[in-house]
Design a protein around this ligand. Structure first.
Ligand SMILES: C[S@@+](CC[C@H](N)C(=O)[O-])C[C@H]1O[C@@H](n2cnc3c(N)ncnc32)[C@H](O)[C@@H]1O
Length: 200
């Protein structure tokens, strides 16, 4: 059984819900914005691209991605937390109205996206919450050949070694897997993994 401190943190950040979830959402929107920006930059979506954001939380990455892909692009966000979907919907209301952003109930292993339908997929601070094997297989399925996977996570919450994560990504078929350590101010560094689904 999880310790009480873990259950409280889970309500703020892991599976955000209720008032703690809304407070956690505000903290994440402020504290993780640079990391979200870096992840979208690494995904490098061009105008008109299709980008999947898994575990978007309060939606900062969705809004940044929408700016990058522009009016002809498409950004799909999936998150199992109704509280996070509400916050992200409010943050991205203009882009949703313009048909650029859509937000759905989903998880890394259940995105609802069609095979090879995405140019890139981004995950910020949630890979430790996945069924990792199933989530990576889903990422491989929905990315087009040549599509890019970006996973970034605070080192202190990652539940495995960065090298094991890279091995797992390679095992489902991704190529050109790279790992970077990104220092953060007054906090543990972020691990950033970038990989590519090989072209057919
Ligand atoms: C720590 S928050 C990170 C939110 C945001 N990306 C950030 O870094 O600020 C974790 C998010 O992952 C979501 N989540 C939980 N389980 C998930 C899963 N299996 N697949 C995808 N997202 C999940 C949570 O609902 C929550 O919004």
């Amino acid at each position: 059984m999880a310790k009480i401190s873990e259950r409280i943190l889970d309500a703020f950040f892991g599976h955000p819900r209720g008032l703690p979830g809304r407070i956690g959402g505000a903290i994440m929107a402020r504290g993780n914005a640079d990391q979200e920006r870096g992840a979208v930059e690494r995904a490098a979506p061009s105008a008109g691209a299709r980008l999947l954001v898994v575990g978007h939380g309060p939606g900062v990455g969705l809004a940044l991605a929408a700016d990058r892909v522009g009016p002809t692009g498409r950004v799909v966000g999936v998150d199992p937390s109704a509280t996070m979907r509400q916050l992200a919907t409010a943050r991205c209301s203009d882009a949703i109205a313009a048909g650029v952003v859509e937000i759905h109930d989903g998880t890394a292993d259940r995105t609802g996206c069609a095979d090879t339908s995405m140019d890139a997929m981004v995950s910020v601070n949630n890979v430790m919450l996945w069924d990792r094997q199933a989530g990576l297989a889903e990422a491989f399925r929905v990315l087009r050949p040549g599509g890019r996977l970006v996973i970034t996570v605070h080192r202190h919450v990652l539940d495995t070694s960065p090298e094991q994560l890279a091995n797992d990504v390679t095992a489902v078929g991704f190529a050109d897997v790279s790992l970077q350590v990104r220092p953060r101010r007054m906090n543990s560094p972020a691990i950033e993994l970038v990989a590519r689904r090989p072209a057919d």
